[in-house]
Design a protein around this ligand. Sequence first.
Ligand code: DAH
Length: 344
Amino acid sequence: MASYEDQQIVEVAAKLKARLERAEDKRSVLRAPELSALYDHLKTLPAGSDRAAFGKEVNALREELERLVRETVQPKKDLKPIDVTAPFDVNAKLPQLLSVESGSRHPITKEIENIVEIFSRMGFEAVESRELDDDYHMFSSLNFPEDHPARDDYDTFMTEESLVAPAHTSTMQNRVLKARKKDLEAGKGIRVVIPDRVFRNDDLDARHEHTFYQLEGVYVDKGVSVANLIATLQTFLETYYSRQLKVKTQPFYFPFTEPSFEFAISCPFCDEKGCHICSQAGWIELLGCGMIHPNVLREAGIDPNTYTGFAWGCGIDRLVMMKYSVEDVRYFHSGNLKFLRQFK
Ligand code: DAH
């Protein structure tokens, strides 16, 4: 233990050592006003040997206190290493920064639940698609001939093993038909909706994303007609938009349906008068649909002479954009909280 000559320093040393024993925060002793007062006093002394001796003792006291603090504040040797890059305190049991309240379900997720609920009331069951598929389900099972130019409309991402990120939910048609063929034979129609994520090699703009959601629908039974197709889609859309709508179909081409249609609704925002949402047309082309091609039924082992059916594919992001007047599809995957909080 150091001993000091200067009476003032002797007193401060005794006081601070006593305080060190009691203090919870041992380091606070190093910031004690008594210690800085000694330094202040040092500055007032005239240059000379007294000042040098006093300065030496004050420094010695400071060093002694630092050593005592070091000895009493033992580092805990049993602390586990921590990941300083973790987004929360890894030593705490629960994440500290991300509170439950700040999250919410994504607007697309909520709307998918809403859509599935409407269709389930109409007797449809929901099935998931997949995010990696093969050429057979993407094209061949859907009656796309080899090298047919219609394949170009579905340019998508591929793995080195030639698996594809599905460009449409129609990839599930063959699976659904095959799996439920026995229902048909038991006298029960096939009624399935497939809401899921799809991927396209698209140029991005306010209406196009490389990743978006589709809702596929498949209905097969004895005696199913275009009239059933139109009535089903009209009922769904009127329920979804909570208003009466006019609908119309125009001929189109898809390899997997015959006949094929583009399905349009009267603009729910202007009642056909023309507005910015329908690009002044009064009508909005919403989806592709048609009667399932006999080759698609045959490929799944279903006899097209006994059973007929319809199918459709519709962009979910598009439905949601129209419902809430969202002007840019890219908001959905932007992670922009200002946007997302509006749907909480
Ligand atoms: N798969 C088509 C697309 O993504 C949409 C579609 C059209 C699906 C007609 C269908 C259908 O089931 O019958 O462009």
